[in-house]
Design a protein around this ligand. Structure first.
Ligand code: SF4
Length: 324
């Protein structure tokens, strides 16, 4: 399983599946950050956009919540390249509330942490903190009875932050090879070769193929910033459910920047997966996009039914674009 959406993209773009023998199957996992963001959080962002400026990344803009996406609202929703653009908007609009919808894995969490640490006095700014941690999801997949995963291509971007050590308990406990892979075609192929060598020797350990970026210990400065700003919490994964200790919440001392607490809004009866959509199974590697009856018919990138059809890293969007 490739855990990262950028790997899914690279594998399709370079036609790597066509180079592999029949008995090696690559399957996408829960590594597209907007795909796993729960509908209730999209619904909350939509509700907050009714009276405030909401900022988020371009991929999140079109992700459907229970009814429509941020792009459907006609409200003041602004696409930003980073959270620092959002704090800039807040400083330029002191008479308006600005709420940043902070999503993503450990790759984007450090920049959220830095802005939180540096802007705790910014009175008209807050965030919906919706960061996910990848290794608890990998453990959950391996713990399920229907797991068919033999090994992981571990995400390069996330691993640049967390390093390779957090995968060691997974390799050991579940006896599954884990190789941290880069994103060039040769990186992916070499990583698969490294996995096969382990499987042939019945070994399971963590190796780094992407050594030009990833180290064992990761980016210690970024990890420290994350520890300063966040606490680990349970998190809901779209189509998968709540996974223990798989999310990051702001620490209590940053309550004034926590949009959930600041506005006291709640949303109820959100619908993560629409009838017929198989995003949950796609994210768990139990179905391919083409197994979904809506793929390419009712669900297309211009009119997505589920989140996996929205982002360029989503498995269904990739399958639609590259036909594989
Ligand atoms: S094709 Fe659309 S409806 Fe089907 S699983 Fe993918 S995103 Fe969901």
């Amino acid at each position: 399983m490739e855990v990262c959406g950028s790997h899914t993209q690279a594998i399709a773009k370079f036609g790597l599946k066509t180079l592999l023998p029949e008995n090696i199957k690559l399957t996408s996992g829960p590594g597209c950050p907007v795909c796993v963001t729960s509908a209730s959080e999209v619904d909350l962002a939509i509700k907050l956009s009714e009276k405030n400026i909401v900022t988020t990344f371009g991929d999140m803009y079109g992700v459907p919540g229970t009814e429509g996406s941020l792009s459907d609202t006609g409200n003041d929703v602004r696409i930003v390249y980073s959270i620092s653009d959002a704090t800039k908007i807040a400083k330029e609009n002191p008479d308006k509330e600005v709420i940043h919808f902070a999503i993503g894995f450990e790759t984007t969490a450090p920049s959220t942490a830095v802005e939180v640490l540096e802007n705790r006095d910014l009175k008209n700014f807050s965030i919906i903190c919706s960061h996910h941690l990848i290794t608890p999801a990998m453990e959950l997949l391996l713990s399920s009875n229907d797991c068919r995963i033999d090994a992981f291509l571990c995400p390069g971007h996330v691993s640049a932050i967390i390093g390779s050590k957090p995968y060691e308990p997974i390799a050991k406990k579940f006896n599954k090879p884990c190789v941290v892979a880069g994103f060039e075609p040769n990186d992916v192929l070499l990583s698969i070769y490294m996995i096969l060598k382990q499987l042939n020797k019945s070994k399971s350990k963590v190796e780094i193929e992407y050594k030009r970026v990833v180290s064992e210990n990761g980016n210690t400065v970024a990890l420290e910033k994350m520890r300063d700003a966040f606490r680990v919490s349970d998190r809901s994964w779209r189509g998968i459910g709540v996974i223990q200790n798989s999310g990051l919440e702001l620490k209590k001392e940053f309550d004034e920047l926590n949009a959930r607490k600041k506005f006291g809004l709640t949303v109820e009866n959100s619908v993560d997966v629409k009838p017929g959509c198989r995003c949950g199974e796609v994210l768990k590697g139990l179905a391919t996009p083409k197994n979904c009856p809506l793929f390419g018919k009712k669900c297309v990138p211009q009119n997505p039914v589920g989140p996996c059809m929205v982002s360029t890293e989503g498995a269904c969007n990739v399958a639609f674009k590259y036909g594989c």
